[in-house]
Design a protein around this ligand. Structure first.
Ligand code: PMV
Length: 313
């Protein structure tokens, strides 16, 4: 007998990169994301007699982040030893927010299996302790994460603005430096870090306003600029964090060319080499076709805005 939960990853339109508190996993700046359907983590949880066991696909693995997370939960909740079996239908640890969907699915499953009775906003706070971006994957739609509660909130529901999303996969490998390690390095060494945090506050307020107005043209400006600023911080970190490859750059160029031709699309890139193209409803198919022909693009995934994390019945 086990409980199975599903959650989608999210792509950040306004990114967070840096923590105010590592211990409580509080971001240094607010963020906004789109929960993305098609990509899914499926996690099952069941109590077992011996110690915790974590299976990724068919393979038993050690995962320090999950071990620490369970330890944290057990300070408050009576959770017995468990087996966690998790699978992703997309590359893991490659800049596609697998930790976001992973921790969102895990919290959703634990809440159900052990009758914790947590509201979604409480689940969001718990998921954040596993991975900052996971707070946002508890919810579908377009989601914000800000203080003082640092529980994610829904700005627009799944069907309020059904944007198309095209993910151009340019590398299936696990990234060299994880987000948590990378953002700590940036805070310690990038000369641009403080300005990044300050300007993120403004970007967040503007992006929230444009999203509520469904003003795509203005959202393009703020989202692309916020993304490039985060990568400027990454590049100026010591040692430098360079997540892109030639195909990443070629996709950026192609998306800007498409826009020149009148196609409503913008790019965003998280800590990895994949490029996500966000398009007005109805334009994704064309954008996917064009991006799939960019040299170095391995394949594209066409998606739209996804739903809340859920329990499989
Ligand atoms: O909290 P993490 O480890 O999932 O880091 C998220 C970092 C970015 O994806 C680059 C930005 C974001 O807000 O999701």
């Amino acid at each position: 007998m086990s409980t199975i939960a599903h959650a989608h990853p999210n792509i950040a339109l306004i990114k967070y990169w840096g923590k105010e508190s590592i211990e409580r996993n509080i971001p240094s700046s607010p963020s906004i994301s789109l929960t993305i359907n098609k990509l899914t983590t499926r996690t099952s949880v069941r109590p077992i007699n011996d110690g915790d066991r974590f299976l990724f696909g068919n393979e038993q693995v050690e995962d320090e982040k999950i071990t620490r997370f369970l330890e944290f939960l057990r300070h408050t909740y009576a959770i017995p030893p468990i087996e966690i079996l998790t699978e992703n239908n997309f590359p893991t640890g490659a800049g596609l927010a697998s930790s976001a969907s992973g921790f969102a699915a895990l919290v959703t499953a634990l809440n159900e299996e052990f009758k914790l009775g947590l509201a979604q906003s409480e689940q969001s706070v718990l998921a954040r302790m596993g991975s900052g971006s996971a707070a946002r994957s508890i919810f579908g739609g377009i989601v914000s994460l800000e203080g003082p509660t640092w529980a994610a909130q829904v700005l627009l529901k799944q069907n309020d603005w059904p944007l198309d999303i095209v993910v151009a996969i340019t590398d299936d490998n696990i990234k060299d430096v994880s987000s948590s390690v990378g953002m700590t390095m940036s805070k310690e060494s990038s000369p641009y870090y403080d300005d990044w945090v300050k300007s993120s506050e403004t970007d967040f307020k503007n992006a929230r306003k444009y999203i509520l107005q469904r003003n795509f043209d203005r959202l393009i400006e703020v989202a692309e600029s916020n993304c490039l600023k985060m990568h400027a911080v990454m590049l100026s970190t010591l040692p430098s964090l360079f997540y892109w490859n030639p195909a990443t750059v070629a996709c950026i160029k192609q998306i800007r060319d498409l826009r020149e031709q009148g196609i409503p699309v913008f790019f965003t890139i998280d800590a990895g080499a994949q490029v996500k193209a966000v398009c007005l409803p109805g334009t994704g198919e064309n954008v996917a076709h064009i991006l799939s022909q960019v040299p170095g693009v391995l394949r594209t995934i066409s998606a739209t805005v996804g739903e809340d994390a859920w329990i499989e019945t």
